[in-house]
Ligand binder design. Structure first.
Ligand code: SF4
Length: 722
């Protein structure tokens, strides 16, 4: 890429939800120096190995530089932007005219910037008139969103990173933070060095790198988290350890939730047996939680990616509500988001069941507010299809055109062979991407070149609600352009007003104004026409291009103070006023249930999937770095040494795992912390990097009934030498 200038630019890491600040210095010889931004509050100058290696990932090898159309022979041919945009707009409009708005779909990504996401959501829900827009964040944290909405009335992360440092007990559930959120984990590690009395308890079926720092590791049986936390709720309630004043003043539903918890989980010995953990260890966890006021319970994919994911989230939140440990320094439930902008996507309504600005698609008043603000011709009036169902609808012909942006569902979705069949059948597959060759792009009729990290300009929001700028420091290569611009051009070609923006700053301003629009202190039920939402960017409205360019990282909600300055908010819910009709938090009864598919004679092992330390998603960026590739060079199947013996699998040999849905092959690895009866396979490798290492083809497509998040952590499989 050509350097715009020899200069240092402050931007944000494009990988995980920690959202670290990065300084990128383009040197005169064209090389790029990457450092942690010492002024960014998320990382204070530190970067993990992925962030540090960003400079190795910005070359143009494999880049999609021009719009391409697939010809009758299946070959890609370069076309002009005008032709490509006309074709997308024309075909989408024709399909909508003939089959209705639900016959088209957008499938987007937590890799998009907030401004791109905002336009995609506005186009689908306000103008095309369908909520068939979903995102790969569905696979990542939609159970946390659903759990927050059920408990708090709004998708709110109550705490901030500082709370981890103020806590006396940090509980990490289903989170290998040492590998997946390294800088956050390092903050905990440093804290433990300086305050040895601070304790860390890790709850995870695998013994991961995170466990090395733990005072206690509870290797629970996969899928039994609700039993564990219902048992904790019951333990707290019957030993006088609940906060009765908080419960009666600020919550509803405690008795019902407790009755459900008591029904199966009142006896710790029973819970220990079901969760397959040592009773004394279980009691040590319960006792530590009970006796420590400042507790943060951080949870991640091991909780969310489950057919009971939303109940798992609420069973954790229930324990914090029962002890009044929320909205105060050093305590609270904490959803650790996976992607760089999963949170930003939530803010603009990028999920099929949400509206912009944290409003609710199913509430007529919220729909009216959003349509009124947009002055749009229509507004989607029912939730759209969530990711797994969206691709089923493509496969059975209900959806005839799909536009995929910044994601690779052929690799990342469960039952990925169904995704392949769906794309093969689909009348029109459009893919906006930075690279030409991916498993998904092989089925695209049109490829639209997008800007990559370092070239694009906008905002992202991290796990602690902090909005940071991603800034461009490289010029756009070839004909690549921002996704927001491509979306706006298609919208205008479809005849829609409301898409005339002269840059990301103008889109952000509209997003901020919508967040404040009719957002009142009074609730809809007491003052019709207003809703009370915590999400509010009132302090960031009216920014011109230059103030947007210099925007410092800030946590929402953002208010403008009387002296004209703006103030963010580190932790929300401090006033215990929740976004429910009566302003109270809700306990949610969470009856425990097992994963739908159990191990059986034909499929005796349980497949668990996850990340490795040095790769990201399907490796389109991290795969370029020799440094990152040197940690783990190829996919693997981790299996307990005794199971390896049982199935005749030697370390380093090839094995094939298969499920009712598909199969894959990878090298056998013994004893990476996996328990008996289970295997672990990383999610990153794909057909571009190995013969066919797509673990998504094996994963079962069962989803959580509330959130629609797939059960990535629990698929029965068979294994054999290959
Ligand atoms: Fe990037 Fe996450 Fe590493 Fe920070 S912790 S440098 S955001 S990958």
């Amino acid at each position: 890429p050509l350097a715009l200038a020899v200069t240092t630019t402050r931007t944000t890491c494009p990988y995980c939800g920690v959202g670290c600040g990065v300084t990128a210095s383009l040197k005169e010889d064209g090389s790029l120096g990457i450092k942690g931004d010492e002024q960014h509050p998320a990382n204070l100058g530190r970067l993990c190995v992925k962030g540090s290696a960003l400079g190795e990932t910005v070359d143009l090898d494999g880049r999609l530089l021009h719009p391409q159309r697939r010809n009758a022979q299946g070959e890609l041919e370069q076309v002009s932007w005008d032709d490509a945009l006309d074709e997308v707009a024309g075909k989408f409009a024709a399909i909508v005219a003939e089959h209705g708005p639900d016959a088209v779909a957008l499938y987007v990504s937590g890799q998009l910037l907030t401004e791109d996401y905002y336009i995609a959501n506005k186009l689908m829900k306000g103008y095309i008139g369908s909520a068939n827009i979903d995102t790969n964040s569905r696979l990542c944290m939609s159970s946390a969103v659903a759990g927050h909405k059920r408990a708090f009335g709004e998708d709110l992360v109550p705490i901030c990173y500082e709370d981890l440092e103020l806590a006396d007990l940090v509980v990490l559930v289903g989170s290998n933070a040492a590998w997946c959120h390294p800088i956050l984990f390092q903050r905990i590690a440093r804290l433990k060095e300086t305050r040895p009395a601070m304790r860390l308890i890790v709850i995870d079926p695998r013994r991961t790198a995170t466990c090395e720092l733990a005072d206690l590791h509870l290797p629970i049986k996969a899928g039994t988290d609700v039993w564990l936390f219902n048992g904790l709720m019951s333990y707290l309630a019957h030993r006088g350890l609940r906060d009765n004043a908080f419960i009666s003043a600020h919550t509803n539903g405690f008795d019902d939730a407790l009755a459900v918890a008591d029904a199966d989980c009142a006896d710790p010995a029973t819970v220990a047996r079901i969760c397959k953990v040592d009773l004394q260890d279980l009691l040590a966890f319960y006792q530590a939680f009970a006796e420590t006021d400042k507790v943060v319970t951080g949870f991640s994919m091991g909780v969310n990616q489950s057919s009971a994911g939303t109940d798992k989230v609420n069973s954790i939140i229930n324990c914090h509500l029962a002890t009044g440990r929320i909205g105060k320094p050093g305590m609270g439930p904490f959803s650790i988001t996976g992607q760089p902008n999963a949170m930003g996507g939530r803010e603009v309504g990028g999920l099929a069941n949400m509206l912009a600005a944290h409003m609710d698609l199913e509430q007529p008043l919220h729909r009216e507010i959003v349509q009124d603000f947009w002055q749009s011709p229509r507004i989607a009036d029912k939730p759209g299809l969530k990711a797994v169902d969206m691709f089923r609808a493509i496969e059975d012909g209900r959806i005839k055109a799909v536009w995929i942006m910044a994601t690779n569902p052929m690799v990342s979705l469960p039952d990925a062979d169904l995704v392949q069949r769906a794309l093969q059948k689909c009348e029109l597959v459009v893919a906006s991407d930075v690279v030409t060759q991916t498993d998904t792009n092989a089925y695209a009729h049109l490829l639209l070149p997008a800007l990559a990290w370092g070239e694009k300009d906008g905002t992202v929001t991290n796990s602690e609600r902090r909005i940071s700028r991603q800034r461009a420091f490289l010029s756009a290569p070839g004909e690549a352009r921002g996704d927001w611009r491509t979306l706006c051009d298609v919208a205008q070609r479809m005849g829609f007003d409301g898409f005339d923006f002269d840059g990301p700053h103008a889109i952000f301003d509209e997003h901020a104004r919508l967040s404040a629009y009719r957002n009142g202190e009074a609730h809809a039920e007491t003052e019709p026409g207003k809703v009370r939402r915590v999400f509010n960017l009132a302090g960031l409205t009216g920014m011109d291009r230059s103030s947007y360019d210099t925007l410092a990282p800030i946590q929402w909600p953002v208010q403008r103070l009387s002296d004209g300055s703006v103030a963010g908010t580190a932790r929300v819910l401090q006033d215990y006023r929740f976004s429910t009709a009566d302003g109270r938090a809700r306990f949610v009864p969470t009856a425990p249930r097992s994963p739908l598919h159990a191990a059986c004679e034909d499929y005796p092992l349980i497949l668990n999937t996850g990340r490795v330390r040095d790769h990201w998603h399907t490796m389109t960026r991290t795969g370029k770095s020799a440094t990152l590739g040197s940690h783990i060079a190829e996919s693997f199947i981790d299996i307990h040494p005794q199971d390896a013996l049982l199935y005749g699998l030697r370390q380093g040999g090839l094995a094939r795992i298969s499920s009712r849905w598909g199969a894959m092959v990878a090298r056998v690895q013994h004893g990476g912390g996996i328990p008996r009866g289970a295997v672990f396979v990383p999610i990153h490798w794909n057909s571009q990097s190995a013969s066919d290492a797509r673990v998504g083809a094996v994963v079962n497509p069962v989803v959580d009934p509330v959130s629609g998040e797939p059960e990535f952590k629990h698929t029965p499989v068979a294994i054999e030498e290959f």
